[in-house]
Design a protein around this ligand. Structure first.
Ligand code: CO
Length: 662
């Protein structure tokens, strides 16, 4: 009997098999690998030394770019996102470059106007992207139309993606059943997809579901099928193997040092497992080990970003189908609000919110939209009122600005969200970008003093606040803050030496009068000395604040009550007043009026009012970005704006007084 798959019998291959269908491999080490493990903080300088070797492997494509890359490079690394592609292209000349494109969201968190989308995709092509993996968080492919047109015009590869999601714990049920995926695949084929990707961003796909799905897809569409998954739940290598047996054409992997955990399956064991079968990749295992060595060598620079739990899998994904990244966002958000004890409530509320918001797949940006709204509901709702604080993004979703949700949005929630919504209270049903005004000219005009080329303009058009800041760094108008600079091996070594000294009792103890509060820049390090293990928390002091979000709370000022002012003035608030000297002899007294505090840490996107303005109760005062979601902070009372204590772009802590209404 001829074994088509080269099945092992009695420990050896029964016969030489013909490699008639080699598995194609896309490597994600340069993008999703470090995005998953190290919050996308991988730097170009650490990729260059291995780039030429990676080019020799024989990958279908190297994924080098994506939404989070664009964001993290310019926001946290002070690197020009475009330069990343151009630099790598100098070293990698044979292997195509792929990127992840969020449909009409491009590499941002909202739908951009068609003129931005067209300019952006064109610039991606010119800068060196060959394969575009396009997805839409709602699987609404109308959001592909504009970008696909440009991809095709430019003669590039269009990989249409379907976000893999579940209604319950396995494929099937009301929304996300086999037929759903087959219909979506047919739709993509009709749109001209060169390949179709099942994008399992949360590592949800179970091995036998992967088998049935790939098998059915191969029978339904002609274009090659590509499977993307994450190891998060621990199922991915089993699922990939079943998909390979079912005939999947291409799969995604990482080199082992940056594989596993919330990242992808490791390449080397897969190559070994398929050797001698008809799906043999033909890769040289020894050469791959050389590539992996490089990543082992540079990884100490990133180790502090790695989740330090013992388990490399996350059973919460199996239990709650919550993507790993979303879970860590939820935990961070709760921690910033001092509400980590509410995590269980969040898990309970999450499926309910998701259902009410149209059973959306949980992927950027819908995972954040659902996640943050859930946290808002848990923190701010009262027994007789739900959805008390609705984010701007949920309002947009209810209006139809993201597209059509897989299931209808709850009418009650929709009505509440759209009350007073500036674009109107009646939702749209057409292609979302059809209602968007062109944006490029405005962006060009706004950034004309800073931007030197179209790529600069696009950085600003996509990320106005952080993009503008980046351009100021890029052209030396503002110093790059310390926390954006690369971490060197010397930094790592210094820390290790310090810990070692401490362990040997060689550090002089000084009497400590005041232990500062742990701040947001705190990083936790695992330190291993021989067989002993220490956890050390390190925070850089003197650097700029790294908070990215705020939210307000309202408190009637003590001045209105009989309490002496001292009780209402906290030390840091008194300090703030130092910049505004009071007449001699008087103490810093609280402003008379209603203080509007940040209900959560965040960054002020913009103030909607100026000092002296009259506002009515419920009028928006400012937009506060927290966890990348915009929250409108509204006036709790009517009155005159007496004082504005921050400016656009400032970061605020929870409880900071942002506005005083007199
Ligand atoms: Co992914």
């Amino acid at each position: 009997m001829t074994e088509q798959h080269g099945v092992l019998q009695a420990g050896r291959l029964e016969e030489e098999v013909q490699v008639n269908n080699p598995l194609k491999i896309q490597d994600l080490t340069f993008r999703d690998g470090h995005q998953s493990l190290f919050a996308t903080r991988g730097r170009t300088e650490d990729m260059i030394p291995i780039a030429e070797e990676m080019d020799k492997v024989g990958f279908f494509a190297l994924e080098v770019w994506g939404g989070a890359t664009f964001d993290a490079t310019h926001r946290f690394l002070a690197e020009d996102p475009w330069e990343r592609i151009r630099t790598l292209k100098k070293y990698i000349t044979r292997t195509p470059f792929s990127m992840l494109l969020r449909g009409q969201n491009l590499v941002g968190y909202r739908n951009y106007a068609d003129d931005v989308a067209e300019a952006f995709v064109e610039r991606c092509c010119v800068n060196g992207i060959d394969v575009f993996r396009v997805f839409d968080a709602l699987n609404d492919f109308r959001n592909f139309q504009t970008v696909v047109k440009v991809i095709k015009e430019q003669g590039r590869h269009f990989q249409g993606s379907i976000c893999y999601s579940l209604t319950e714990s396995k494929m099937g049920g009301e929304v996300y059943n086999l037929q759903y995926y087959l219909d979506k695949a047919k739709e993509l084929e009709e749109m001209g997809a060169d390949t179709i990707c099942i994008k399992d961003m949360a590592g949800l796909i179970a091995p036998y579901d992967a088998y049935s799905l790939v098998k059915a897809l191969k029978e339904t569409v002609r274009v090659p099928i590509h499977l993307h998954s994450h190891f998060t739940s621990g199922m991915a290598d089993m699922s990939m193997l079943k998909a390979i047996e079912a005939g999947v054409d291409i799969i995604d992997v990482c080199l082992s040092p940056w594989a596993y955990r919330t990242s992808h399956i490791g390449l080397e064991p897969l190559v070994a497992a398929l050797q001698g079968t008809n799906r043999d990749t033909g890769f040289d295992l020894k050469q791959l080990t050389g590539c992996a060595d490089h990543f082992n060598k540079i990884s100490p620079k990133y180790r502090h970003l790695l989740d330090d739990r013992m388990s490399i899998i996350d059973t919460n994904v199996l239990l709650h189908q919550t993507p790993g990244g979303m879970l860590s966002n939820l935990v961070n958000q709760l921690r910033e609000m001092d509400a980590l004890d509410k995590l269980d409530q969040v898990f309970q509320e999450l499926p309910r919110v998701r259902k009410e918001l149209g059973q959306v797949p949980l992927v950027t940006p819908t995972s954040q939209i659902v996640g943050i709204q859930t946290v808002n509901n848990v923190l701010f709702d009262t027994p007789d009122e739900r959805y008390k604080m609705i984010t701007a993004q949920v309002k947009d979703l209810c209006f139809g600005l993201y597209g059509k949700t897989p299931a209808p949005i709850d009418p009650e929630v929709r009505k509440k969200a759209l009350k007073g919504y500036p674009r109107g209270e009646k939702p749209i049903t057409g292609r979302p970008a059809d209602v968007l005004e062109p944006e490029m000219e405005k962006a060009r005009e706004e950034v004309k003093d800073l931007a030197r080329d179209i790529d600069d303009v696009l950085i600003y058009a996509l990320y106005p606040t952080t993009g503008k800041r980046f351009l100021r760094w890029k052209y030396g108008l503002e110093e790059v803050p310390a926390e954006c600079k690369p971490r060197t091996f010397e930094d790592v070594q210094e820390e290790q030496e310090l810990v070692e000294k401490a362990r040997k009792g060689m550090l002089q103890e000084k009497p400590v009068e005041h232990v500062p509060e742990k701040g947001p820049g705190l990083q936790s390090f695992n330190v291993f000395v021989d067989d002993e293990y220490y956890q050390v928390e390190v925070e850089m002091t003197g650097g700029g604040p790294v908070l990215t979000s705020i939210s307000p709370q309202v408190r009637e000022e003590a001045a209105k009550s009989a309490a002496p002012p001292e009780t209402a003035v906290q030390p840091e608030k008194a300090k703030e007043k130092e910049t505004k000297p009071e007449p001699a002899g008087t103490k810093a007294a609280p402003a008379e009026g209603t203080e509007v505090e940040a209900p959560m840490p965040g960054m002020i996107i913009r103030f909607e009012v100026q000092e002296g303005d009259e506002v009515g109760e419920g009028d928006p005062l400012l937009i506060l970005e927290a966890m990348k979601m915009e929250n409108s902070i509204d006036a709790p009372v009517s009155g005159r704006i007496k004082e504005i204590r921050f400016k656009d772009g400032d970061s605020v802590k929870k409880g900071d007084v942002m506005v005083v209404i007199g």
